[in-house]
Write a protein that binds this ligand. Structure first.
Ligand SMILES: Nc1nc2c(c(=O)[nH]1)N[C@H]1C(S)=C(S)[C@@H](COP(=O)(O)OP(=O)(O)OC[C@H]3O[C@@H](n4cnc5c(=O)[nH]c(N)nc54)[C@H](O)[C@@H]3O)O[C@H]1N2
Ligand SMILES: Nc1nc2c(c(=O)[nH]1)N[C@H]1C(S)=C(S)[C@@H](COP(=O)(O)OP(=O)(O)OC[C@H]3O[C@@H](n4cnc5c(=O)[nH]c(N)nc54)[C@H](O)[C@@H]3O)O[C@H]1N2
Ligand code: SF4
Ligand SMILES: [Mo]
Length: 688
């Protein structure tokens, strides 16, 4: 029971967003009436985004699932009837027992992502359950794995510049990211830098909100970022803007790189990227001359066939100019490595009866559900909505429609995926639970304690998986630990010096506990590349069958290998579907308030591409390829180069409309990390 019915209570934003804001929940009569930012949070300082300011619309939405449900109609029909928790648990435990006996435990697959970033919920009790069961493992490669792999080949450690330091940069490059919508507090630091005279450059395939705010927007063709980075390197070496002493001491392969980039002349790079040669010269000069330069590497440029290489190439730039020795200089892909916690304790891989169990890449869930040998017979979906977020929707949907597949979905809402479940379980929001949060951008760890009672019969992930573990008699101790025990255990991890001083007690007392960043003084000595240096030349990449030096590899569809979109006769356009401002992936897409803020799903098309097809602003258009089609309203705009079309936001299937972007995307994997290739999609557009 939560005693206090009125007042203002601290909380943490649970969404998959780098900022991990401190929140204040304003309560009246036991109900949250308002969500604001917590001004005491040292980084987010009381500012929060529109999405979460309107969070009560989601928490108290009339369509929240309130009790367990069992399917009564055909899969996908959304027909369910209420059952008790006891019945639900019995059904799941019974079905899993039967499947384990008949097909082995690997016939069961968990499917999850970070709908809630709480560590106990998604990297904790859930993992214990599936480990103890011996289920198939899931490669969670849907978000940033290609880029992280590219970064790691170059830099080793999964961390870069500290956010607070970036206000000291003279040049900030936002490369394939839309910070205004996806990392708003980095914009605040950039604004501070700007007041001191810094310039902000955005490199993107369309003039997103961040590009509209920047000093200079450089549009380029999708998937050509490596070529641009190589062009910049060409000029840095050519004009003597490199820091030879730094490269000598801290990098491997700068002589090979110097030779290699001679081929990437501004003219040849211009032909590949669509960026005029004089702009490439100007960008390189700005980068070479800046005393302190910072690159925010977004996720957009790594959702491509060559996405790992794009990040790998950009990650080389700060090393060429010695930026890693400057306060605020360098780059960030992710800062998640700084708060690495005790995952052996949290996830208990030791409970697994079959350590060698197979791994299924979550980007290939459609294909995985087609397997005839060692078939997947059961999927447990939580904190994810694969029918909207995974590539190649039709294939995914066909898999989930399989009559013989036993599907459980734990969610707050009847998502497009939940409609295909046999059992739907009501999930609690994180404001209803005890949780631990790190951030993959700033350096503060935070504690969430329950602020409101659970709504209906909802349960949080920890409670749910502990209950299932106990029902299946998997391991007494692992499934009876309390949340506080788990938090204390997660933070006990001397292998990570940055966690020094971050304890449950400190969290309870201070709420925001900063990682011990004194360990960062030795950043360049802590890189765990094979050579311990920044690897401009990577033997590990060569051994993995990749070019050891940064190298431009064209996308697989729609390019002739030399130039640009428009090479594929049937599908001459590149279709890019990045996040929008008011949703968080597919979260909020069912909330009327957030829908209204976004108006409707639109297709942004260049005037030249529109007129060739007789399309006017406001027309309904059909965008299609070999995999599927979408019906969207045309927005004619020159915010991108001709040949690229954009639709922002992961809309659900809506009221009869076809608007799920992933109907068009392929489940091909990126060059590294098994990453998704959402944005390497070709398509054609016609008027409806
Ligand atoms: N409002 C909001 N915030 C979010 C999310 C959300 O859905 N909505 N999602 C969260 C999650 S899970 C993530 S991973 C992050 C993602 O946030 P970001 O890191 O900002 O990445 P994206 O928004 O996916 O893509 C950023 C930009 O990359 C561009 N892009 C696409 N292809 C290319 C290319 O080949 N080259 C270049 N240079 N640019 C390209 C897109 O047009 C887009 O403008 O945001 C998080 N925050
Ligand atoms: N075309 C295209 N596709 C994309 C992207 C893109 O830019 N373009 N972005 C990709 C990226 S970067 C990512 S990260 C993925 C994101 O994919 P997902 O992680 O699947 O993101 P969401 O769609 O927000 O789904 C999260 C679900 O978790 C539920 N949830 C929230 N809290 C809890 C909880 O505590 N317990 C349980 N059980 N459920 C909870 C929410 O209600 C929601 O339905 O999408 C990817 N897909
Ligand atoms: S979604 Fe991001 S910006 Fe918005 S409140 Fe949450 S952490 Fe902050
Ligand atoms: Mo993501």
């Amino acid at each position: 029971m939560i005693e206090q019915k009125n007042g203002v209570f601290p909380a943490v934003c649970p969404l998959d967003c780098p900022d991990t804001c401190g929140l204040l929940l304003h309560k009246e009569d036991g109900k949250i009436t308002k969500v604001t930012g917590n001004p005491e949070h040292p980084v987010t300082q009381g500012a929060i985004c529109n999405k979460v300011r309107n969070m009560t619309e989601r928490i108290y939405h009339k369509e929240r699932i309130l009790y367990p449900l069992k399917r009564t109609g055909p899969k996908g029909s959304g027909q369910f009837s209420r059952i008790t928790w006891e019945e639900a648990v019995q059904e799941i435990a019974g079905r899993y027992q039967g499947l384990i006996e008949e097909y082995g435990p690997e016939s069961i697959l968990p499917y999850s992502f970070y709908g809630n970033m709480g560590i106990l919920s998604v990297d904790g009790m859930d993992r214990r359950f599936f480990n103890a069961l011996g289920a198939s493992k899931l490669d969670q490669a849907i978000c940033n794995s290609a880029g992280n792999a590219g970064w790691k080949y170059t830099m080793g450690f999964k961390g870069g510049t500290s956010p607070e330091d970036t206000e000291f940069a003279d040049l900030i490059i936002v490369w394939g990211g839309n910070l205004m919508s996806t990392n708003m507090h980095q914009v605040v630091y950039a604004e501070k830098a700007r007041k001191r005279g810094a310039k902000v450059v955005v490199i993107d395939v369309h003039k997103n909100r961040t590009a509209q705010w920047a000093d200079w927007f450089i549009p380029l063709y999708p998937g050509t970022d490596t070529a641009l980075a190589l062009g910049v390197m060409h000029i840095l070496f050519r004009d003597g803007w490199t820091d030879e002493a730094f490269m000598q001491r801290y990098t491997l392969g700068h002589e090979e790189l110097r030779e290699h980039v001679k081929n990437y002349t501004p003219d040849s790079v211009s032909a590949i990227t669509g960026v005029p040669a004089e702009d490439i010269e100007k960008l390189a000069r700005m980068y070479g001359e800046a005393a302190v330069s910072f690159i925010a590497i977004g996720n957009g440029l790594q959702h491509h066939d060559n996405g790992g290489m794009n990040v790998r190439s950009i990650a080389c730039l700060p090393a060429l100019t010695g930026q890693w020795l400057k306060k605020g200089g360098g780059a960030v892909k992710t800062n998640g490595g700084y708060n690495a916690m005790n995952s052996d304790y949290l996830e208990r891989p030791d409970l697994r009866p079959n350590p060698e169990a197979r791994t299924i890449n979550m980007n290939r869930i459609g294909e995985a559900l087609e397997m005839q040998e060692q078939p997947i017979k059961a999927v447990f979906v939580y904190c994810s909505n694969p029918l909207v977020v995974a590539p190649d929707t039709e294939r995914v949907q066909a898999g989930f429609a399989r009559e013989d597949l036993f599907t459980v979905v734990h969610d707050l809402f009847m998502t497009d995926t939940a409609k295909y479940a046999d059992i739907v379980l009501p999930a609690a929001s994180s404001f209803e639970t005890t949780e631990l949060f790190g951030s993959y951008w700033h350096h503060f760890v935070q504690l969430q304690e329950p602020v409101i009672e659970k709504i209906g019969e909802a349960k949080g992930n920890v409670e749910l998986f502990a209950m299932l573990g106990r029902a299946m008699e998997l391991d007494e101790h692992a499934f009876s630990e309390s949340e506080e025990d788990m938090i204390a255990g997660a933070l006990e991890f001397p292998e990570n010096p940055y966690l020094n001083g971050v304890t449950l007690e400190a969290l309870k007392e201070k709420r925001f506990v900063k990682l011990d960043m004194t360990a960062q003084a030795s950043y360049l000595d802590r890189l765990n590349t094979p050579s311990g240096k920044i690897e401009l030349y990577s033997l590990a990449m060569q051994e993995a069958g990749l070019p050891p030096l940064p190298e431009y590899v064209p996308l697989q569809e729609g390019y002739d290998g030399v130039s640009r979109p428009g090479q594929d006769e049937l599908y001459p356009l590149m279709f890019i579907s990045p996040p929008n401002h008011n949703f968080l992936n597919s979260t909020f897409a069912n909330v009327e308030k957030h829908q209204r803020l976004e108006k409707e799903p639109q297709l942004q098309i260049h005037p030249q591409d529109a007129s060739e097809r007789g399309i006017n602003e406001g027309d309904m258009v059909c965008i299609y390829n070999q995999r599927g089609q979408l019906e969207l309203k045309a927005l004619v705009t020159d915010k991108m180069l001709p040949g690229t079309v954009i639709s922002q936001g992961l809309w659900w299937d809506g009221k009869g409309g076809k608007q799920r972007a992933n109907a068009l995307t392929a489940d091909r994997l990126a060059d590294m990390g098994g990453g998704a290739t959402f944005f390497s999609t070709v398509a054609q557009v016609k008027r409806q």
